[in-house]
Design a protein around this ligand. Structure first.
Ligand code: URA
Length: 457
């Protein structure tokens, strides 16, 4: 196998054979294919796309780069094993951490394979890595054991399950090649099929805070993943979600862990986050055969949440993955904290002595009409909360909390958000960027549109 010949074909828009694709993915595992060649492949695929047949071949080759979980051998009913995923969005990564304990507590088995942050969208595993002791890459045996014992586990790219994804993922993250239907389908569906569920529920973000910026592109990705699921013989529900603005009130690793714990314990629940969580959990509960319709599934999910059982289950799942047993009770004591934490006001009155200028919008009073959510995600990357090179470590402490929502009123008392930064300089740069990213107008502005745009079953 000659990687450069394979790349020439891809570059020139020729269709790749099943054998070509398998040899390339196998070559990643054996070291025949290097990181530069993966970068060339991802860029050529971003530019030229892949046919439906090629995408299916890519998913299967990536799945087969490792082993596949076996639930019958583990002694549980495979029909109760359901997986979920999100294609990514700014603030969306906490959703998986909320869904897993709710459905696990309801009796579903959910062996979740999630991911690190990708370009301007943060990731579940970066959030979990902010918790001391968390093991996001256990052996398959230990992953399966955790799912059997606690109903759920959340792991990242693993050396045993779809390992090709972990390698390609790191390259995509830093080469502006994420927003590709073929590559996202390959990444998500290879992991879902390696977890070997009886069905999948997936959300595809649509809008400025997601990878698919238009409804047509979101539908294309949803149909591509639905097609792979049908080909694999499992049912899927794919929800297209409205992600033009920040989802929930936090963005970043440790701050989103706090929002997750507060949501589960009932201290604070953002309404759009709650709606999305209930939509996803009810579909999963029905798919696992634990409720006859969505209304019944929703009632079960709500009861698991409001009774506190889901919060308790989250603690058990995390403890089984190496985290402190009392993490849910004492999250704020365990999570790392940034050096500079201050609110950013629309008026720029927070600018501090360093800039001497008022970068904001006049009086700083008004209503939030629009936000450049891609740039908010990129600001997190600049703060150190995302990667600029594949090998970079990220800073778990940085991010944004108390983020305004569309339609919210801001004033000299109500900030746009609180920025968590490593240094005063980094805080200043992020604050200026956030002020430019959030448009405040004098007249009342509408709130965000409903979180679910449509579902493809
Ligand atoms: N999540 C993944 O696991 N992969 C992607 O490509 C996008 C979101």
């Amino acid at each position: 196998f000659q990687p450069q010949e394979f790349l020439r074909k891809k570059r020139d828009g020729e269709e790749l054979s099943t054998d070509d694709i398998r040899a390339f993915i196998d070559g990643i595992g054996t070291g025949v294919v290097g990181e530069a060649q993966i970068g060339a492949y991802t860029m050529a695929t971003y530019l030229n796309g892949m046919t439906t047949r090629e995408i299916v071949d890519l998913v299967m080759a990536m799945r087969d780069s490792g082993t596949v979980a076996d639930w019958s051998a583990a002694g549980i009913d495979p029909a109760r094993v359901i997986e979920k995923h999100s294609s990514g969005g700014v603030g969306d990564e906490k959703i998986t951490l909320l869904v897993v304990p709710i459905v696990a507590s309801a009796g579903v088995f959910i062996p979740n394979m999630s991911a690190w942050g990708l370009d301007y969208c943060p990731g579940e595993i970066d959030m979990l890595d902010s918790v001391p002791g968390y093991d996001g890459a256990p052996s398959v045996q230990s992953f399966v054991d955790t799912v059997v014992r606690t109903g759920g586990a959340i792991i990242g790219p693993s050396p045993e399950l779809a390992p090709a994804d972990g390698t390609i993922f790191k390259v995509r993250d830093t080469t502006a090649t994420v927003e590709s239907v073929a590559l996202i389908t390959g990444s998500i569906m290879s992991k879902k099929l390696a977890a070997n569920p009886s069905g999948v529920v997936i959300s595809v973000g649509c809008g400025d805070g997601a990878f698919m910026h238009t409804l047509d592109r979101a539908r294309e990705l949803a149909n591509s993943m639905s097609n792979v699921a049908s080909g694999a013989g499992i049912p899927s529900v794919i929800m297209i979600t409205e992600l033009n603005s920040v989802l929930g009130t936090t963005v970043g690793s440790a701050v989103e862990m706090i929002e997750t714990v507060d949501f589960l314990t009932g201290a604070e629940r953002d309404p759009r986050v709650l709606e999305l969580v209930l939509e996803l959990t009810s579909e999963i509960i029905v798919m696992a055969g634990l409720a006859s319709d969505l209304a019944a599934g929703r009632a079960i999910a709500l009861d698991e949440l409001t009774s506190g059982r889901a919060a308790e289950r989250f603690g058990r799942i995390l403890a089984a993955q190496g985290c402190p047993a009392d993490f849910v009770e004492r999250a704020r004591d365990y999570l790392p904290v940034a050096a500079v934490i201050r609110p950013v006001f629309a008026s720029g009155t927070d600018a501090g002595s360093g800039t001497g200028s008022d970068a904001g919008s006049g009086s700083g009073t008004g209503f939030v009409e629009w936000m450049d959510t891609t740039d908010i995600g990129l600001t997190l990357v600049e703060l150190g909360g995302g990667r600029q090179k594949p090998e970079d470590d990220i800073d778990f402490t940085v991010g944004f909390s108390e983020f305004v929502q569309l339609g919210d009123e801001v004033s000299p008392e109500r900030a746009l958000c609180v920025v968590h930064a490593r240094t005063e300089d980094e805080w200043q740069r992020a604050a200026a960027r956030i002020r430019a990213d959030v448009r405040v107008v004098a007249n009342p502005a509408p709130g965000a549109l409903p979180i679910i745009i449509e579902k493809i079953a």
